[in-house]
Design a protein around this ligand. Structure first.
Ligand code: DC
Length: 229
């Protein structure tokens, strides 16, 4: 019997708004790989906790929920990425600032991170996986073939979010968004459990002045130089 081929793992970590989601999806599609949006798991947990009236301060309650949450990720024929919680499409609710804040809170607990670890590793399938998050390269897939750490200045990340929200017709203040981005960074980088930091063997890319196309080309170029794909 032929030996099973290990899936190729590419991790893309970094702070919120650095472009991880967009880049990861494009790269996964180009390579025909699976995609893991690990932030969505933390967001789903926050949302599920509120719906089941479990306090986001209760590590035990959150751990039980994290293990048993009924969730499903689907890519539709038009390429749209959908997320379901207990059979309900929560894709839009998942992306709100409020859900992001809940996610950042539940993500602080070591027990929660451990409960989600196994679920995240189950996404690794042949031919490969692009895993997007904060600790993909440091904790979840430490043996990944390629680790990228995407950054951009807080101002630029807030500006990108500002444009996104304006397009959706939401009334927002840019200085307030800069403040939100900074405080989320602070929380994600200073927590004890798997804080946001580049893996020692990660390649760092500052996307502040780069287009989506330029970042994608760089990642694909690194892959080919490394002989991965
Ligand atoms: O990437 P995102 O904005 O959807 O993530 C939401 C929150 O989840 C983020 O503030 C921190 C947390 N998170 C995490 O702790 N570890 C991950 N691998 C992904 C997200």
């Amino acid at each position: 019997m032929a030996a099973a081929i290990d899936p190729v793992i590419i991790t893309i970590d970094g702070p919120s708004g650095a472009g991880k989601g967009t880049i990861s999806r494009i790269v996964a599609k180009k390579l025909g790989f699976y995609y893991l949006d690990s932030g969505a798991l933390y967001r789903l947990l926050g949302l599920s906790a509120v719906r089941h009236q479990i306090s986001v301060d209760s590590e035990k309650g959150l751990m039980a929920l994290a293990e048993h949450m009924d969730i499903r990720f689907e890519t539709e024929s038009n390429g749209q990425f959908k997320v379901y919680l207990e059979g309900e499409d929560v894709s839009l609710e998942l992306r709100t600032e409020e859900t992001g804040l809940l996610a950042s809170k539940v993500a602080q607990f070591p027990g929660v991170r451990l409960a989600l670890l196994k679920r995240q590793r189950m996404f690794a399938r042949t031919p490969g996986l692009v895993a997007d998050g904060r600790d993909m390269g440091t904790e979840v897939f430490p043996a990944a073939g390629l680790k990228i750490y995407l950054t951009a200045s807080a101002e630029e990340r807030a500006n990108r979010r500002y444009k996104e929200l304006l397009e959706k017709g939401e009334d927002v203040s840019l200085p307030a968004l800069v403040e939100q981005v900074r405080s989320r960074d602070e929380r994600d980088m200073s927590r004890d459990a798997s804080p946001l930091r580049p893996a020692d063997d990660a390649i760092e890319l500052d996307t502040s002045t780069m287009s989506i196309q330029q970042v994608t080309d760089q990642v694909l170029n690194i892959l080919s130089v490394k002989g991965i794909k």
